[in-house]
Design a protein around this ligand. Structure first.
Ligand code: TLP
Length: 362
């Protein structure tokens, strides 16, 4: 008799599939043409997210990448400069879209391990008025910070960054793809985390499990530009209420449970820390993302990843000796034990098979 085992997928929280409640809401959603502003479900989602973020208005977009893109392009014109971290998703993983499509000049500063930028360095990076320089228009932060291991930015930090930006005539955008995780981890309403920001993009198709969609929120004035920009980049959707309905369910049912993902991430991190050959600081794991290093001679991150895949566990390598695991709705505490067993097994037996390609290396 052969037993088939479920694949434990820790590649990302983007792999989450819609819940039965979401599928039901999608089937029953009231819809209209959203480019005409006539989709009641999309309007409801936009109003609800604007209120949650403490912002005046919001717009529904197909992805986090488009949300960030239209926010940056609404704040900056061609040749303007944006300050952001060298590990920011906008810088690393969005194909340089703001530069390619909007002519926005990225000025990167080193991200600290906790996802912050040193505010003294930010201040020094802001250009003075000089014929040689681009005009600095925007500071972009990320909360939680993906490439810095799901770290949360504190309210005090974001407020100070916002004050610095505004004192210098800059806007502050927050990539809040996982702002929900930050809010749950910090025990604060999400709106408090973006009180100092001029715009925020939040995602529904990460830990919240909805199939598609992000929302960008900001002022009425910002939103007039952002809506036009969404149409320009091809993001004007028609009966999108089918999708927004799942996002509304996500808001109702999927936010508080993120605490389970965070607990499972900590469980995984503490288990990994006990394995010789693996290096991770469990104390640094605040939410659902964890990075760990493989230091066993002869074993690369790609080889460990492939060895795990052969055992039904998917974890992506993110550097030659590093992997990223992301806990999510489909992962339970029992799965963490299975994952730890599989990692130990590969460390003990090695891996000599084929390696997959296409890793998200920096
Ligand atoms: N991140 C994905 C990959 O693109 C790396 C992942 O698996 O984590 N901002 C942040 C902070 C993100 O982590 C992501 C997705 C996005 C924006 C983009 O969202 P989508 O995938 O909806 O365009």
């Amino acid at each position: 008799m052969t037993t088939t085992h479920r694949v434990i997928d820790l590649r990302s929280d983007t792999v989450t599939k819609p819940t039965p409640a979401m599928r039901l809401a999608m089937a029953e959603a009231e819809v209209g043409d959203d480019v005409y502003g006539e989709d009641p479900t999309v309007l409801k989602l936009e109003q609800r997210v604007a209120a949650l973020m403490g912002m005046e208005a919001a717009v529904y977009v197909p992805s986090g990448t488009m949300g960030n893109l239209i926010a940056v392009l609404s704040h900056c014109g061609r040749g303007d400069e944006m300050i952001l971290g060298d590990r920011a998703h906008i810088f690393l993983y969005e194909q340089g879209g703001s530069a390619a499509l909007g002519g926005v000049h990225p000025h990167t500063l080193p991200n600290q391990l906790d996802g912050t930028l040193d505010l003294m360095q930010v201040e020094n990076a802001i250009r003075s008025e000089n014929v040689h320089y681009p005009v600095t228009r925007l500071l972009a932060l990320e909360n939680t910070h993906n490439r810095c291991g799901g770290r949360t930015l504190t309210v005090e930090y974001v407020d100070a960054a916002g004050a610095l930006a505004h004192d210098n005539g800059l806007k502050l955008h927050i990539d809040g793809a996982r702002l929900w995780n930050a809010a749950v981890a910090l025990g604060l309403p999400p709106g408090r985390l973006v009180a100092a920001a001029d715009s925020v993009s939040v995602c529904f198709s990460k830990g919240l499990g909805a199939p598609v969609g992000s929302v960008v929120a900001g002022s009425h004035e910002f939103m007039r530009k952002a809506r036009r920009m969404r149409k320009q980049v091809g993001g004007g959707m028609r009966q999108a209420g089918i999708l927004a309905a799942a996002c509304l369910v996500a808001l109702d049912q999927m936010v508080d449970r993120l605490a389970e993902d965070h607990a499972n991430a900590r469980l995984l991190a503490s288990g990994l820390a006990l394995l010789p050959g693996i290096v991770i600081d469990p104390e640094a794991v605040e939410t659902n993302i964890l990075y760990f290093d493989v230091v066993q001679p002869g074993l690369t991150g790609a080889a460990l990843s492939a060895g795990l895949a052969a055992r039904g566990v998917l974890i992506n390598p993110t550097a030659p000796q590093q992997l990223r695991a992301v806990t999510n709705y489909h992962i339970g505490a029992a799965d963490i034990e299975t994952v730890l067993g599989a990692v130990e097994d590969v460390l003990n037996t090695g891996y000599s098979g084929a390696l997959s390609t296409g890793h998200l290396y920096r």
